[in-house]
Ligand binder design. Structure first.
Ligand SMILES: Cc1cc2nc3c(=O)[nH]c(=O)nc-3n(C[C@H](O)[C@H](O)[C@H](O)COP(=O)(O)OP(=O)(O)OC[C@H]3O[C@@H](n4cnc5c(N)ncnc54)[C@H](O)[C@@H]3O)c2cc1C
Ligand SMILES: NC(=O)c1ccc[n+]([C@@H]2O[C@H](COP(=O)([O-])OP(=O)(O)OC[C@H]3O[C@@H](n4cnc5c(N)ncnc54)[C@H](OP(=O)(O)O)[C@@H]3O)[C@@H](O)[C@H]2O)c1
Length: 465
């Protein structure tokens, strides 16, 4: 039996599903997988993207955990490809590599005024409230009137997090230092902008409906946005999701404001064109659009503006280039055929594969990364003649190399230690979990370098948890 050693870079859902399929699909190889992540914790955007008030979705980690606990799969955290290890290292130790590095950056939105203070990428906000270790710990929630650009689920997450009463967030895994900032939030009005019509939104029905169920929040729609739209009618009659979204919006149209403390205003057919202000965000200028009859929107030449104190743009995510690996600058992905990386000359790059958002772009739910992984794994297993020939295939040699470089990598036992630690922090406050956000603390706890009782840790964490 041939032993196949595969490195997977990125322990988000795509990486974990890939590892599972490599180990467990039918083939005649003895496969071992090393699953690297730059963070000393697995699960990617399930941990650092899915909103903290969605514990049911975060619960998918329970099935992902069963994969990383399998023999033959080694989690190696706190190791960044491109900084701590490179392609030459991988070629010495493995037969092939699968990149599953996802996308964490905000897609660029080219608008005049986008760099003004008070203009934020939704991805940065999400990373902050989800306690990503590598982002600043402070967020300015002093603004009263906020615009959110985009009609996708991330825009809904951002809107809901800004609109929710802080006491509801108290039940989540959110660290106290972040909760306290939400408690000081002055946000009263959130204006959500979509450049197309209400029948072209990318919201999913469940998430949209949830917004309308928030206590002490009024939803305000503009009747002018609901004019005739033949392409929208067609979508409604053929697409179940559009039908349900339409039903939710239609029900909201007849709602009367209750005088709630916070309001969410939807502006469809409104294409932002400029963020106005001299030394901070003061207003958002937008052009009214109308249906182009084919599902798109065209400008009407009529402009309007509203005064806002901050703008969050939620217009999608974007992948990052990896050293020595082909990258499509336009789409933010590793160019590939069925998961096999291809170079600028359209030639296969032997031994290099991709899966998940870095393969297909930053769209789709967690479950979709599984079908991605199936295709990529099938390609990899069928390519035996093109695999690398590692000079140091012994599983210990890669760990020795990391040790020699002074890299404080973490393993699956370390993750269980950190996981237990976070659960214990939660118990102390009657919550399921409280996240640790400092990279140093995550690493030290994982590596068993810092123990102590939960109470001691809370005291020592300097208010970080
Ligand atoms: C804000 C937000 C909320 C979402 N909410 C939901 C939801 O509620 N339900 C749902 O079904 N889907 C949701 N999604 C979509 C879901 O998160 C994605 O479909 C899924 O996470 C993509 O998986 P992935 O493994 O490709 O990427 P990721 O989850 O991003 O995982 C990539 C991993 O690679 C690691 N990595 C990156 N670069 C390197 C490197 N150089 N070296 C080592 N490691 C590296 C990262 O640390 C990360 O752990 C959400 C997405 C976002 C952005
Ligand atoms: N709870 C959940 O299930 C959940 C939560 C968060 C994210 N996700 C998933 O994660 C993926 C990413 O979500 P996302 O919200 O980042 O992306 P998305 O679904 O692609 O939505 C992006 C939105 O930004 C708009 N947009 C893009 N460029 C724009 C511009 N220049 N000006 C104005 N608007 C612009 C798009 O409008 P157009 O449609 O007109 O292009 C669209 O409304 C999605 O698959 C989503 O479902 C799921």
């Amino acid at each position: 039996m041939t032993t196949l050693r595969v490195a997977i870079i990125g322990a988000g859902p795509a990486g974990i599903f890939t590892a599972d399929l490599l180990r467990n699909s039918e083939h005649h190889f003895d496969v071992t997988v090393d699953l690297f992540d730059r963070i000393p914790a697995p699960y990617g955007l399930v941990r650092y993207g899915v909103a903290p008030d969605h514990p049911r979705i975060k619960g998918i980690v329970n099935s992902l955990r069963q994969v990383i606990d399998q023999p033959g799969i080694r989690l190696i955290g706190n190791v960044e490809f491109g900084k701590d290890i490179d392609l030459a290292d991988l070629k010495r130790h493995y037969h092939a590599v699968v990149f599953t590095t996802g996308a964490i950056r905000d897609a660029e939105l080219r608008l005049p005024g986008i760099d003004l203070p008070g203009s934020f990428g939704a991805g940065s906000f999400v990373s902050w409230y989800d306690g990503h270790p590598d982002v600043p710990r402070e967020w300015n929630l002093d603004h009263r009137v906020v615009a959110v650009i985009g009609n996708g689920n991330v825009a809904l997450d951002v809107t809901r997090m800004l609109a929710r009463r802080p006491e509801e967030l108290r039940l989540t895994e959110m660290p106290n230092s972040i909760l306290e900032q939400f408690e000081r939030s002055r946000v009263t009005d959130i204006h959500v902008f979509g450049r197309r019509g209400p029948l072209q939104v990318k919201f999913t029905p469940l998430e949209l409906r949830e917004l309308g169920e928030l206590p002490e929040v009024d939803i305000i729609l503009d009747e002018r946005d609901f004019g005739p739209d033949p392409a929208g009618e067609l979508a409604r009659s053929t697409n179940k999701q559009t039908q349900v979204v339409d039903r939710v919006l239609t029900a909201w149209r007849s709602r009367q404001p209750t005088g709630a403390k916070r309001r969410v205003h939807f502006h469809f057919h409104s294409r932002p064109v400029e963020i106005l202000g001299t030394d901070r965000v003061e207003a958002l200028k937008f052009e009214r659009t109308e249906s182009d009859g084919a599902g798109g929107a065209k400008g009407t030449g009529k402009f309007d503006q509203i005064e806002v104190d901050a703008v969050y743009h939620a217009v999608g995510y974007f992948g990052s280039a990896l050293a020595g690996i082909p990258f499509d600058e336009h789409r933010g992905v590793i160019p590939n055929r069925a998961g096999r990386a291809i170079d600028d000359n359209d030639q296969l790059v032997h031994g290099v594969y991709a899966s998940g958002w870095i393969k297909r772009g930053p769209v789709g739910l967690i479950g979709a990364t599984k079908s991605d992984a199936m295709e990529t794994v099938q390609s990899l297993l069928g390519d035996q003649a093109d695999w690398w020939t590692p000079s140091e295939p012994d599983p210990d040699s890669v760990l020795k190399m990391l040790d020699e470089r002074g890299i404080r990598y973490t393993g699956v036992e370390g993750w269980h230690r950190l996981d237990q630690h976070e659960l214990a922090l939660g118990v102390a406050e009657g919550r399921e979990r409280i996240k640790v956000i400092s990279r140093e603390e995550m690493t030290a706890i994982s590596r068993g370098e810092r123990f102590g009782s939960v109470a001691e840790t809370v005291l020592n964490s300097g208010g970080e948890n």
